[in-house]
Design a protein around this ligand. Structure first.
Ligand code: 13P
Length: 252
C-alpha cells in the first residue's frame, strides 16, 4: 500500500492569546502549499480555538483542542466537550499528552474515556504515549509503550481507528532539546505499529499514522520523516515560530 498521508501537528500548549495566536495561525497558513501528501494541524489553547479556526477557515489546516472531555455536556468544571470543540470550529483533539499524565495525574483509563468520547463525536484524535527517562534507562520503554497503547485503545473498534493518530513522545525529549535519534524513534514506531496490528489487525496498523514528538526542529525533521514508520510530527516549541514550523511543514 502507498505511504500514509503525513500529519504535521503544532501543539501550542499554554502559549498565545488572541492577537499573537491569530497572527501565528495566518503565518503558518501562508507557509503551507497545496500539499496532497501531508496535512497540517494546529492545537491552540481553548480560549482562542474559535478565533484561530476563523482565521484558518479558508485553509486546509485542521484545528484541534489540546484535550477533550468524553461527555457532550454536564457538570465537568474546567473541561471542554467534543461538541464545544466542533462548535468553535475544531475538528480534532489531542488526548493523553505527557503533561496531562505527569502534571495533572491523568490515567490511561481516563485518557481512554477521553479518546472514546472524542471519537464518538467525530473528532480526529491524537493519542499521545511515551516513556520517561527512568523508564528508558531501566529498559522498560517497550513495556511502557505497549501498556499505554493497550489501555489507551481499549474497547475501540477497527472502524474507530480510521480517526485515531498515535503520537510517540518520549518524555525525556519534550522541551529538552534532546531528540530521540532517528533509529530510536523508528524502533519505537515500528513496535507501536506491531502492537496496533496485534490489537486489531495488520491492515489497520498499516493505515494508522504514528507521529513523533519531542524537540522536533527544522534541523531534524527531514531525517525523522525519512523513517519508514514515522508519519508525521507533533511539535511543541518550534510550532510557536512560523518560520521554524513552516520549515517543518515543508520537510523534504
Ligand atoms: P517540544 O517540541 O517543545 O519538545 O514539545 C513536544 C510536545 O510535547 C508536543 O506535544
Amino acid at each position: 500500500m502507498g505511504k500514509r498521508k503525513a500529519l504535521i501537528a503544532g501543539n501550542w500548549k499554554m502559549y498565545t492569546t488572541v492577537v499573537d495566536g491569530c497572527r501565528l495561525a495566518l503565518d503558518v497558513a501562508n507557509a503551507c502549499s497545496d500539499f496532497d501528501d501531508r496535512e497540517v494541524l494546529i492545537a491552540p489553547p481553548f480560549t482562542i480555538l474559535s478565533e484561530v479556526a476563523h482565521v484558518l477557515a479558508d485553509s486546509k489546516i485542521i484545528v484541534a483542542s489540546q484535550n477533550v472531555c468524553w461527555a457532550e455536556k454536564g457538570a465537568f468544571t474546567g473541561e471542554i466537550s467534543p461538541v464545544m470543540v466542533k462548535a468553535a470550529g475544531g475538528s480534532a483533539a489531542i488526548v493523553g499528552h505527557s503533561e496531562r499524565r505527569q502534571i495533572f495525574g491523568e490515567t490511561d483509563e481516563l485518557i481512554n474515556n477521553r479518546l472514546k468520547g472524542s471519537l464518538a463525536f467525530g473528532l480526529l484524535t491524537i493519542l499521545c504515549i511515551g516513556e520517561t527517562l527512568s523508564e528508558r534507562e531501566g529498559g522498560q520503554t517497550l513495556t511502557v509503550l505497549e501498556d499505554q497503547l493497550r489501555k489507551g485503545l481499549a474497547s475501540l473498534t477497527a472502524t474507530d481507528m480510521a480517526n485515531v493518530v498515535v503520537a510517540y513522545e518520549p518524555v525525556w525529549a519534550i522541551g529538552t532539546g534532546k531528540t530521540a535519534s532517528k533509529e530510536q524513534a523508528q524502533e519505537a514506531h515500528a513496535f507501536i505499529r506491531e502492537i496496533i496490528g496485534e490489537i486489531f489487525e495488520k491492515s489497520i496498523a498499516e493505515q494508522t499514522r504514528i507521529l513523533y514528538g519531542g524537540s522536533v526542529k527544522p534541523s531534524n525533521i527531514d531525517e525523522l520523516m525519512a523513517q519508514i514508520d514515522i508519519d508525521g510530527a507533533l511539535v511543541g516549541g518550534a510550532a510557536l515560530d512560523a518560520e521554524s514550523f513552516g520549515r517543518i511543514i515543508n520537510y523534504k
